[in-house]
Write a protein that binds this ligand. Structure first.
Ligand SMILES: NC(=O)c1ccc[n+]([C@@H]2O[C@H](COP(=O)([O-])OP(=O)(O)OC[C@H]3O[C@@H](n4cnc5c(N)ncnc54)[C@H](OP(=O)(O)O)[C@@H]3O)[C@@H](O)[C@H]2O)c1
Length: 332
């Protein structure tokens, strides 16, 4: 694509929509031509993060002259918008979970409702950018990954793909996130009084990202436990991995280095540990592998900003690829 591209953001009043508007404001070749809520006849309340752009009620006709649209709505609300945008032939990055699980039955089980557009499932490409670049480039519909799955899979998937993990061992992904991961809707669990000076596990054994992580990792043997931290943005995954016989922490680190040699947004540490404040407000994913001090065990750590690489940043990366732009545009 030469010249500028026209972009729409739907669900622009939420955390991820606002983050995308900030990224798009820095983008050298994208012009934002429609900033809308996901509901017709709905005059939205002022956004939670003060980005200086008026938000209009949903009007699907405004998609007629755009090249790409970001859908930043809850699951269920996204699928009908995807159907409409598919018919207009434009590129779509859906930040919701509607097209992340390949299987209709798994969606129903996980999200407690029938899949709203099963006919489109086969066309959706999972947008873990560094692993599916070729497919993303030619996709019309990208299902942007969840924040926890992004954080966990960037570190774990290369080790699984390269047979560095003991085949029958259970992998434990112990994860912590800031409160913005749950969106702007106030609830008992994310009000200040419940979060400040507190720390807890939630969704143990039942979090909706579990099936997504296991589907993409290609193994059911992953125990995923999310925790809520008293901070706004950022997350850290500590992943306990038994290595395949004969493999070492150095092998695992070399594997990550090789896989991400040309990935500008994934930084593999030689020493030290990722920290949330090094990735906040960026599209970076920071990874480290350390010997656990126990024969055959390593500890893999990964830090991302849930609103950055875990949502809006990765969404921008994907849209850039889909529109033939520089992958880093707007993000560096
Ligand atoms: N937050 C994260 O870290 C994160 C990371 C990865 C993926 N995601 C996914 O990205 C999507 C957006 O997340 P978010 O954190 O930006 O959520 P959010 O802050 O709660 O914002 C949700 C947006 O969707 C709109 N909306 C809410 N309910 C709706 C409904 N029933 N019908 C139509 N529109 C509705 C809201 O509009 P109003 O302002 O008019 O209510 C708002 O624009 C979700 O699917 C989420 O799972 C979030």
């Amino acid at each position: 694509v030469n010249g500028t591209v026209n972009i729409a953001v739907i669900g622009a009043t939420g955390y991820t929509g606002q983050e995308l508007l900030k990224i798009l404001a820095r983008h050298p070749t994208a012009t934002v031509t429609a900033v809308m809520t996901a509901r017709p006849n709905h005059t939205p309340p002022p956004p939670a993060l003060p980005v200086d752009a008026p938000v209009d009620p949903l009007d699907l006709d405004r998609l007629d002259d755009v090249d790409g649209v970001f859908l930043c709505t809850p699951h269920g609300a996204a699928a009908p918008l995807v159907q409409a945008a598919m018919q207009k032939g434009i590129k779509i990055v859906d930040l919701s979970a509607d097209f992340r699980l390949q299987d209709q039955a798994a969606y129903q089980q996980t999200y407690g409702q029938e899949h709203p557009a099963p006919e489109l499932l086969a066309q959706a490409v999972y947008g873990l950018t560094e692993h599916y670049r070729a497919e993303i480039r030619s996709a019309q519909l990208v299902a942007n990954p969840g924040c926890y799955p992004t954080c966990i899979l960037l570190g774990l998937k290369p080790l699984l793909d390269h047979n560095l993990v003991a085949p029958d061992a259970t992998i434990v992904a112990d994860c912590k996130s800031g409160v913005s991961g749950a969106g702007k809707q106030p609830g008992d669990r994310n009000v200040y009084g419940a979060v400040a000076q507190n720390f807890l596990a939630y969704g143990v054994g039942s979090h909706r990202h579990g099936p997504e992580i296991r589907q993409q990792a290609g193994t059911d043997r992953i125990v995923f436990v999310p925790h809520l931290l008293p901070m706004f943005r950022g997350m850290l995954a500590t992943i306990y991995v038994s290595l395949a016989a004969g493999s070492t922490a150095d092998d695992a680190r070399s594997c990550l280095r090789e896989v991400y040699a040309n990935a500008d947004f994934v930084r593999v540490y030689d020493r030290g540990q990722p920290e949330v404040n090094r990735v906040q407000h960026t599209n970076y994913a920071d990874l480290a592998v350390a010997d656990a001090g126990v024969e055959g065990q390593v500890v893999l750590t990964a830090a991302i900003d849930n609103l950055g690489k875990g949502a809006a940043g990765q969404a921008m990366q994907n849209m850039n690829l889909m529109l033939g732009l520089d992958e880093e545009a707007g993000l560096s």
